[in-house]
Design a protein around this ligand. Structure first.
Ligand SMILES: O=C(O)CCC(=O)C(=O)O
Length: 271
């Protein structure tokens, strides 16, 4: 398995703000991650649920109606929209530490420790899911903008089941709506920057991975099919990044101070 990007992938990414890297998970590894996330949703995983941010999906498909983003399990159901803090699960953490992801971080941030802003499961159950409006991935409470997101398909991602849609090259615009705390566009900006003819659909096979620049405009639709659309998305950042308005700690993934097996055990409250 490749441990670094090819020249061609890097060039495509620089031009377009995203690149599909191909299959990085074997069938077995994929099945393990699929099983683990299902177990987490169903309350069967050996994990400290009080530490996980778990958000139920909207019943209406509308972004405005999605559930609270709070910690803790909210009942056994596969209808979670989002689950964060998965770096504390050993299987997801091991995957996040692949050498190719370290190479990608080095290319963007240089030789510095790398933390994860979020390690997030994003889900669109069959015939469900919520429309995610056009946005750039940025958060105005950070003292610098993270730039690297790696998005892994855990199911087939198709136009029908709500694959990620992108506007190629839009990362070059810089921040489009700096007034929005998390990068969402106004309706007018959406119409201006994201007309239908500019949209590219990131259709992907299960186990395929896409590198996305955080400033790339992206969105995703509801799931209109019988096939669920599970995905794992990790935003990597320079570990020196600070929360300017609160006290949130971010987990170091690569370099000095990185999470250890002992930390994981402690966190899972296993003596
Ligand atoms: O999975 C999706 O539908 C969108 C995810 C997203 O916005 C992200 O990973 O930054």
């Amino acid at each position: 398995m490749a441990n670094e990007l090819t020249k061609k992938q890097w060039q495509f990414y620089q031009e377009n703000g995203y690149v599909v890297l191909g299959q990085l998970l074997s069938d077995h590894e994929l099945a393990q991650l699929q099983q683990r996330i299902d177990d987490i949703m169903l309350g069967k995983a050996d994990i400290n649920y009080d530490k996980l941010l778990m958000q139920l999906d909207a019943k209406t498909g509308e972004y405005a109606d999605i559930g609270a983003q709070t910690r803790g399990h909210k009942g056994p159901t596969k209808e979670y929209r989002k689950i964060q803090d998965l770096e504390y699960d050993p299987l997801f953490l091991a995957y996040m530490r692949r050498p190719i992801f370290a190479d990608i971080c080095r290319r963007h941030y240089g030789d510095t420790p790398i933390a994860c802003f979020r390690a997030m499961f994003m889900n669109k159950p069959a015939h469900k899911g919520t429309y995610l409006p056009w946005h750039q991935d940025r958060w105005n409470f950070l003292d610098r903008d993270p730039v690297v997101t790696l998005w892994t398909a855990l199911d087939p991602a198709t136009i029908g089941n709500g694959c990620v849609q992108v506007i190629p090259g839009s990362h070059k615009h810089g921040l489009i709506n700096p007034d929005n705390p998390s990068g969402f566009l106004t309706k007018e900006q959406g119409a201006q920057y994201c007309p239908k003819e500019k949209v590219a659909y990131m259709e992907m096979k299960p186990g395929e991975v896409a590198l996305m620049n955080n400033w790339l405009l992206h969105s995703s639709d509801i799931n209109k099919t019988d096939v669920s659309r599970r995905a794992f998305s990790v935003c990597y950042m320079d570990a020196h990044t600070k929360h300017t308005k609160g006290s949130e700690d971010y987990t170091t993934i690569f370099g000095p101070g990185a999470l250890t097996d002992q930390d994981l055990k402690r966190w899972r409250q296993i003596a």
